[in-house]
Write a protein that binds this ligand. Structure first.
Ligand code: ADP
Ligand code: MG
Length: 268
């Protein structure tokens, strides 16, 4: 086995079908190969935590799943649908723009920066896409937004503008906004790393509850406690490859690779 071969690229005992299958994905920016032969499977209803040092390709991988980047090789299959890829400069099995738009609507994404519209209230931020893109009638979208605000602990803040909310509250609105499109998959890219430490817990609690409700999630985070408590699978990436993957108790407590051990020591 080569030094970079993953110990266990998939969750061996997972009974659920894979909602996301990533097979031998490659992605370069110019001459820089950012993803080199990445494979992983995310069973439906499970949580995968992606760990790795800055620059290891975590955000790029999430962005490829969500069609924000195209891949140069390999396959990404989301809910049975192949995402297009390029080989030798040709698009292969490219989904039509309509299919891509439909699939992107089914994938919620939450970024490090909350990206709320500053001129819209919390409620309006949440109803914007369902009304504008989803064609949901205004009254129904508003009722659902209020439910979602309640779910993220912000029932009393519907009329607040982002500037009137703390970073943690804004991030919870961003999660509610993503949920408003009824996604089948949620991608989180370091959702708490821009927050003051005292605000992190509430956001993680919302994510924990989502996981408990059976949402399929891929979460890039350095919150090891969250990974330990919530993840079904922990994937450690470095230098564009999956170095090690498996159950949290294995990867976090008994890492097999020196690179994983070094990283875990640096974030603890
Ligand atoms: P991570 O999220 O693990 O920190 P990223 O996926 O953001 O890593 O980045 C991986 C590497 O790809 C970094 O070296 C970064 O500079 C590079 N990269 C990311 N996006 C682009 C881009 N659009 N153009 C050029 N290089 C990029
Ligand atoms: Mg990143």
């Amino acid at each position: 086995m080569s030094a970079t071969a993953p110990i266990s690229p998939t969750v061996a005992e997972a009974p659920a079908r894979a909602l996301v299958e990533i097979r031998r994905v490659r992605k370069s920016f110019g001459a820089h190969e950012v993803l080199r032969d990445v494979s992983l499977a995310v069973p439906e209803g499970t949580v995968t935590v992606l760990l790795g040092p800055s620059g290891s390709g975590k955000s790029t991988l999430l962005r490829c799943i969500n069609h924000l980047e195209t891949i140069d090789g390999g396959r990404i299959i989301v809910d049975g649908e192949l995402i297009g890829y390029r080989q030798a400069g040709h698009n292969i099995h490219e989904m039509t723009p309509k299919q891509i738009a439909r699939q992107r609507r089914a994938i919620g994404m939450v970024f490090q920066r909350f990206n709320l519209f500053p001129h819209l209230t919390a409620l309006e931020n949440i109803t914007e896409a369902p009304i504008g893109i989803g064609g949901v009638p205004r009254a129904r979208a508003r009722a659902r937004a209020n439910e979602l605000l309640d779910r993220v602990g912000l029932a009393a803040f519907a009329g607040h503008y982002p500037a009137q909310l703390s970073g943690g509250q804004q991030q919870r609105v961003a999660i509610a906004r993503a949920l408003a499109m009824d996604p089948k998959l949620m991608l989180f890219d370091e959702p708490t790393s821009a927050l003051d430490p005292e605000l992190v817990g509430d956001v993680l609690d919302v994510m924990r509850e989502l996981a408990r409700d059976g949402m399929t999630m891929i979460v890039v985070t350095h919150e090891i406690g969250f990974a330990r408590g919530v993840a079904d699978q922990v994937v450690f990436m470095d230098g564009g490859v999956v170095v090690e993957a498996g159950r949290p108790e294995d990867v976090l407590d008994h890492p097999q690779r020196q690179r994983t051990r070094n990283f875990l020591e640096s974030v603890r």
